[in-house]
Design a protein around this ligand. Structure first.
Ligand code: AMP
Ligand code: GLY
Length: 427
């Protein structure tokens, strides 16, 4: 069958690279895609929010299945529109995507169904928000309610920081996403990401991962979309995995179905593993980027039947296998990211780097300019390696990073530090 992948990041390159190996796939299209995706798919320059353009492409190219990468089209109801047109798609309805689209929605759902998460308040009034902050004390977390590209969260160490954050959000720092603020208790523990496919009723756990959000080594500096990741997350052992399924994922799937918004797609839980157990920080309604790159590097088998079963509601008939090895991805970004950066500089030696054993280079913000790969975004490459453990995967990934010739880029040099420290402790 012909399939369409919607998006243009490293996540979509990893999905395209994986789906290209499926015996069920004839042709892969990607809109809008990037310089790396173009090696495995036909890229078509249609924006992810141009729903009628994308549906037209599906008709013209006889596309039978659409995989939606990013959150914005999901939250705006693209999958509902595709289904109304009779086109099958992987991803939640707009109603179900509220799990990512509204932090307040998710907090209220957790409260109604006793799903463990930080204590919170929702506010549309500045003074009420500030009173709550003063009552609760610092540290405290202030969030814009809506989608803010991962940037609408302030973990305030002092009352002053929290109060300023409230003013900034209500003053429009995150646009319409900040019409409401959610204020939360600050959870203490180790963060991890957990992914499960959900078909409305059944869920199938995928692998765990750990992201590195701050831009600088040692987790210093402003938050980004993610500067690197590895899988599995050692903090999620078998017992913790079971607790996450029993206490967080399954109750959420049951609650969404009971409330008339069955969730179909990949459920990405951002978790804090605390002394008490797993607590939900937030849900995303899509694969993580760059977490998807390490999940796809570890997947051992055909992804397409699992994605189709997710859409069709027969995920109970699917089993996925994973390589026991660890995978690690180092993101190379344009200098200046997550602030302003330049586009258009040339990147060399990608082929040589990609030939190193166990290494895959996923493109994010790149464009193919008459055969030259050029930078075209903030996060530009995801250098991914698989090896026996995180330390070896880290060594391989950085070996490949050092082969790539792109003076205008930078990366963190410590991706995986937590897991490597843990491996050294147990060695
Ligand atoms: P989010 O965009 O909701 O994932 O939040 C971004 C980051 O803020 C998370 O990855 C956490 O590091 C941090 N964070 C969010 N909520 C909390 C919380 N309640 N307690 C502690 N840290 C949090
Ligand atoms: N890497 C975090 C995210 O995709 O939201």
């Amino acid at each position: 069958m012909n399939i369409l992948i919607v998006g243009s990041g490293g996540r979509e390159h990893a999905l395209a690279w994986t789906l290209a190996t499926s015996p069920q796939v004839d042709k892969i299209f990607c809109a809008p895609g990037n310089g790396g995706i173009a090696e495995v798919a036909t890229c078509v320059d249609i924006d992810v929010m141009d729903f009628s353009g994308l549906i037209g492409l599906c008709r013209a190219e006889e596309i039978e299945f659409v995989v939606v990468g990013p959150e914005a089209p999901l939250v705006e109801g693209f999958v509902d529109q595709l289904n109304a047109e009779g086109i099958a798609a992987f991803g939640p309805s707009a109603a179900a995507a509220q799990l990512e689209g509204s932090k307040g929605f998710t907090k209220d759902l957790c409260a109604r169904h006793k799903i463990p998460t930080a204590a919170y308040g929702r506010f549309t009034d500045v003074e009420a928000a500030k009173t709550y902050i003063v009552e609760q004390g610092a540290p405290i977390v202030v969030k814009a309610d809506g989608l803010a590209a991962g940037k609408g969260v302030i973990v305030a160490q002092t009352l002053d920081q929290a109060l300023i954050a409230v003013d900034e959000i209500f003053d429009g720092a995150f646009g319409i996403a900040g019409a409401e603020v959610v204020i939360e208790e600050c959870l203490i523990g180790e963060e991890a990401s957990f992914f499960a496919l959900v078909d409305g009723g059944h869920s199938l756990a995928l692998a765990s991962a750990q992201d590195h959000k701050p831009v600088g080594d040692g987790d210093i500096g402003p938050n980004t979309g993610g500067m690197g990741a590895y899988s599995p997350a050692p903090v999620i052992d078998q017992a913790m995995h079971q607790r996450i399924m029993d206490e967080i994922i399954t109750p959420t799937v049951t609650a969404m179905a009971a409330e008339g918004m069955p969730y179909k797609g990949v459920l990405f839980a951002g978790l804090m593993i605390t002394d008490k157990g797993p607590e939900l920080i937030e849900y995303n309604a899509r694969f993580g980027d760059p977490e998807c790159q390490v999940l796809m590097a570890r997947l051992n088998g055909d992804l397409l039947p699992a994605l189709k079963a997710t859409a069709e509601g027969n995920l109970d008939q699917i089993d996925l296998n994973w390589h026991d090895e660890a995978a690690l991805v180092v993101v190379i970004a344009a200098k200046g990211y997550p602030g302003a950066y330049d586009k258009g500089s040339r990147i060399r030696n990608l082929d040589t780097a990609g030939e190193l054993p166990g290494v895959n280079i996923f493109h994010a913000g790149t464009a193919n300019d008459r055969g030259d790969i050029k930078a075209n975004g903030g996060r530009v490459l995801g250098v991914t390696a698989r090896a026996a453990n995180v330390a070896d995967a880290q060594a391989r990934a950085y070996e490949a990073v050092d082969v790539i010739d792109w003076p205008e880029g930078f990366c963190r040099r410590d991706i995986g530090w937590r897991a490597v420290a843990r491996e050294n402790e147990t060695a």
